[in-house]
Design a protein around this ligand. Sequence first.
Ligand SMILES: [Ca+2]
Ligand SMILES: [Ca+2]
Ligand SMILES: [Ca+2]
Length: 184
Amino acid sequence: MKLLLTLTLLFIFPCFTWAVPIFGASFEINGSFSGNASSILGAHDDQFIQIDSGTSVTVSFAEGSSALADGTNAFDLRVHTFDEPAPVNGEIFISADGTNFISLGIFSDANPPNHVLDFDLDILGFTHVVAVRIIDVSGTADGFDLDAIEGFEGGLTPNPVPEPSSLVSLLFGIGLCFVWKTKK
Ligand SMILES: [Ca+2]
Ligand SMILES: [Ca+2]
Ligand SMILES: [Ca+2]
């Protein structure tokens, strides 16, 4: 009976989907830090690492998955920090391909009361983000505290948009076919 009800609901609401959050699945750290590195993966839990000055930490979502822009000015991406007693600054970067990173600026890791930094991917011109990088720029011994990376709406990484140059050659190819066909 329950199965029947579920199937009926699926039939009635085939397009209805819930926004499912996504969290960091892997990391790469260049430099020194204190704490358990795996504490930055998964959902925020007040377990975190403190990265030392100059250290870079990159957290990626699962292969093929991204934090998606929701198409509105609502926030899409959240960095869970921790510190309040000894705040320091880190530079935060995001990447749509895991290779090229764009800086969002420099932020403190003290963000009371919830210890979060929120970003709207739409206003940043991103449709999706596969990885987030933080570099401690404090220059002090008080490191940047990172708990977790969260995308409010997780989904499959969209296919890359064709480069303008390949689009031009595609159009050129279509044009050639047209000329060849009309000449026949
Ligand atoms: Ca948004
Ligand atoms: Ca700290
Ligand atoms: Ca954590």
